[in-house]
Each structure stands twice: as C-alpha cells, then as structure tokens.
Ligand binder design. Structure first.
Ligand code: UD1
Ligand code: MG
Length: 451
C-alpha cells in the first residue's frame, strides 16, 4: 500500500510567546517537527507534505533539511485544521493510497501506533487516533457507538454530556487520500470558532455511509506542545524514555538523571557515562568507552576503550579511535585521533590528524585558523608534542618526532626529528636577587615620599 503523510505545521503557537515558530522549538536537540517526521518516515511514505503558515520559510527550511524530498504547501490564512489539510491537495495529486494527517507539534507518536491505524483501515474507511485523557481539558471528544466512531465534537461546541467523555482526539487521522479530500471539501465553518474543523469529516463520512473507528494510544504519545511549560514537560518525558532505553541497552551510569541525551544519541553496551555529561546531536559512543564527568559531546564518534574527560569537549567531526584518551579541559574539533593517541590536558586540537600512540602535551594548540581559512595539522604515529607547543597549521609533525615544550612550530618536522622553536634560554647569575632588592627599596622610597 502506498502512503502519504500530511503534517500540519501552520499554526502560530501564540502561547509559546516566541519569535521561533512553535514546531521548530527543539526537544532533545531536534525541532518538534523533525520528531514528528522521524516517527512517520519509518513507515516509508511515498510522499510527505508539510503544511506551513506562520514562519513558513524557516519551517520549510527545517523540513527540507531533514528530507529534501519533502513537499511543502502554504496555508496563508489559518482557517482551521480542515482548511490546512486542503492545502496539501496539489502535493498529493495522483497519489493512489492512504493519507495520514499528523501535527507538527505532537512529536511523540510512535511508528507502531501509526501501523495499528493502517491495519485498522482494512476494516474502516476512517481511523482516528484517540487517547483516554486524565484531564480531557479542551480536547475534541470522540463520540463512540460501540467500536464505531460516530463523530468528533470540539470542546467549544460540546454539550455538558459530551464534555464528560474522556476519550479524546489526538488529531491523527488515516483515510484513503481521495476520500479525505472529498470529505474535506464538504466541511463548513458554522461552529463556535468559525474554523474549518478537520474533525467534522467523521460525521460527514458517516452520513455518506462510510465507516469510522478510533484506536487508542497512551496519552504521553499524543502529548501536544502549546506552551513553554508543555515543552519542558515534553523534554523531560523524552529524556526519561532515552534513559530507560539506554538502561535496557546495557549502558552504565553513575547519576543517570544528570545526563542529557539528544534525540539521536547512540550509546553502546557497557559504555560508562559519568555525572553531568551532555550529549548534543550526532554522538555515537561505542561499547566500553568511558565518558567522564562534566563532558560535552556533539557530532562525534568515540570508539571502544576510549576515555573522555572529565571536563572534555568533543565538537563536530571529533573521531576517537580505540583506546584514545582525551583529558580535562581539552577541546577536539574535526579531528581524528588514531588508536591510543593521548591528549590529556588543557589543549585545543582542531582540523587535525593524530597518529596512533602519539602524545600531545599539556597546553598545546593547533593554530588552525588564519582569520579566513582553516588549515590542517598532522601529527604522526608515536610522536611526542611537548607541553605548550603551538602548531601553526598547515603543518606536519612526523612519526616518532618530538617538539620541545613551548615551541612554535611553523615548519614540518621530519619523522624521528626533534624540533625546537623557541628563544634560547639566557641565565644571569644572581640577577634575580639583585633586582628584587632594587624593586623593594624603590617601593619603600615611593611610600616615604607619599607621606
Ligand atoms: C485539534 C483538534 C482537537 C484535538 C486537538 C489535539 C480540530 C478542529 N481540533 O484542536 O479535536 O483534540 O487538536 O491536540 O482539528 N493548524 C494548521 N492550520 C490551521 C489550524 C491548525 O496548520 O489553520 C495546525 C497547528 O499548527 C497544529 C494542528 O494543526 O499543529 C492543530 O491545531 P490546533 O489549533 O492546535 O488545534 P486544537 O484546537 O488543539
Ligand atoms: Mg493544539
């Protein structure tokens, strides 16, 4: 069966009180919209259309960054959810199969739930995703007749009896695409909001002799985000789920609640993560690697047996091979550390290749940026970079070469060579004591004059 997805993302999100369109607010490092798209794309849809309105340029850019094949449709006036779906009609032209309507601000719907909806479509023309709400609030209510869904009534339009229903509408609907658009063209706006309600298509379908049902999922899955508080709650829920999945995958933690995950964090079995570690997007930590306390990682790969931190920063493009060591107050960016390479203290390594078993001394810096361009540094296998070496890139330190502490290395160092790039030391016997005495007496004289 071919499937199309229509993701509604035109709403303003007034209650977020933000310049950023609501669906672009991040949960675990990815915009809510991307969460919604990720879950849905596991179903391998043939087409995806994101309906945009408020902040359309930014929302469209985020959608296309996630998947360049996504189609977008603009809803210039937000006249309601049915009107929003209608905007996707052109994008879905010629699509022969089902369409599922999702919301960009409902990031946690699981693919399994959407699959259950698709399965239910074998028996029913329309399938709505509902949930039993602890506090039904202002959600639309599902009016059931046995297993059949009779209609959906919006809170504003509901009677007291209908408001007592706790089975609520998540907003997700599955139907044959042509049927969906036919039904939508029959929706009017004579209701309490003056909006075109997508929810009205159930009653319209029933009147035409079509069938509808609701399947249900956990309320946490249909959590919609409308405010900063709800965004924070969504984040907490997501972090809990990531943590739980990591436990099940055999990841070790000292203080799991203090570890921050991104939506795509991958941690191997027996990886050990200490306290207060932050994983930005794009991190893979392999089995048995050890991330020590207060480290910040993003866009990087840490192989087995490697040790990072405490207080280390791995930025995008940091690639640590097995048993590499990155110690405290070290920043690594766009650099490869081969097996067993060590960078243990107070060092910046950017745009560099470090050979197996090399050792970079404390306080060394790859001077990779000339103000305009970035240049690479290469350090050979087994090389020893003395403490406080400035490596002015582009530059190569050969295999098993050494640099003297405090050197400024501007020229390549051949394999096995020692390079010293610093002023020659001069020693003046006794001068320190004499100078100090001079300084003290001149200070005393100054103080006497002041009195
Ligand atoms: C909607 C449902 C309600 C359901 C609730 C679940 C309708 C009429 N009501 O109400 O039954 O319980 O969601 O959260 O469908 N959007 C557009 N264009 C528009 C209007 C909305 O793109 O013109 C988008 C919004 O960006 C949002 C989604 O559609 O992603 C839902 O809109 P919202 O205004 O939040 O609907 P609710 O009033 O919450
Ligand atoms: Mg809403």
């Amino acid at each position: 069966m071919t499937l199309a997805l229509i993701v509604l993302a035109a709403g303003k999100g007034t209650r977020m009180n933000s310049d950023l369109p609501k669906v672009l607010h991040p949960v675990a490092g990815a915009p809510m919209l991307v969460h919604a798209l990720r879950a849905a794309t596991t179903l391998e849809p043939d087409r995806i259309c994101v309906v945009t309105g408020h902040g359309a340029d930014a929302v469209e850019a985020a959608a296309l960054e996630h998947d360049p094949e996504i189609q977008t449709a603009r809803q210039t006036e937000q006249l309601g959810t049915a009107h929003a779906v209608a905007q996707a009609r052109t994008a879905l032209e010629g699509h022969d199969g089902d369409a599922i309507v999702l919301y960009g601000d409902t990031p946690f719907i699981r693919p399994e739930t959407l699959e259950r909806m698709i399965a239910a479509r074998k028996e029913y023309d329309l399938v709505v995703l509902g949930f039993d709400a602890a506090d039904p609030g202002r959600y639309g209510r599902l009016v059931m007749q046995g297993n059949a869904l009779d209609r959906i009534v919006e809170f504003k339009d509901a009677t007291d009896k209908e408001r007592a229903i706790t089975l609520c509408n998540s907003g997700v609907i599955a139907a044959d695409s042509d049927t969906l658009f036919d039904l939508i063209s029959a929706v009017g706006n004579e209701n309490a909001s003056g909006d075109y309600y997508l929810t009205d298509i159930i009653a319209i379908a029933r009147a035409k002799g079509l069938t509808a049902t609701a399947i249900t999922c956990d309320e946490a899955e249909t959590l919609g985000v409308n405010s900063r508080a709800e965004l924070a709650a969504a984040e907490a829920l997501f972090q809990t789920a990531m943590r739980q999945a990591a436990f099940e995958d055999g990841v070790g933690f000292y203080a799991p609640d203090s570890v921050y995950f991104s939506f795509d964090t991958v941690l191997g079995r027996d990886a050990l993560i200490e306290q207060n570690v932050v994983f930005g997007p794009g991190v893979t930590v392999e089995s048995g690697a050890h991330i020590r306390a207060f480290s910040h990682l993003e866009g990087c790969h840490v192989a087995r047996g490697a040790v990072v931190g405490p207080y280390a920063r791995l930025r995008p493009g940091a690639e640590l091979a097995e048993d590499a060591r990155v110690g405290n107050f070290v920043e690594i960016k766009n650099a490869f550390l081969d097996t067993g390479a060590k960078v243990n203290h107070l060092t910046y390594i950017g745009d560099a290749d470090l050979g197996a078993g090399c050792n970079v001394g404390a306080g060394s810096v790859t001077c990779n940026y000339d103000g305009v361009r970035k240049h690479r540094t290469s350090i050979g296998a087994g090389a020893f970079v003395g403490s406080g070496t400035m490596l002015v890139a582009p530059v190569t330190v050969g295999a098993e070469a050494m640099t003297g502490s405090g050197s400024v290395i501007t020229q390549d160092v051949p394999d096995g060579a020692l390079a010293l790039g610093r002023a020659v030391q001069v020693v003046k016997p006794g001068l320190a004591r004499r100078l100090m005495a001079l300084f003290k007496s001149s200070k005393e004289n100054n103080q006497k004059e002041a009195i």
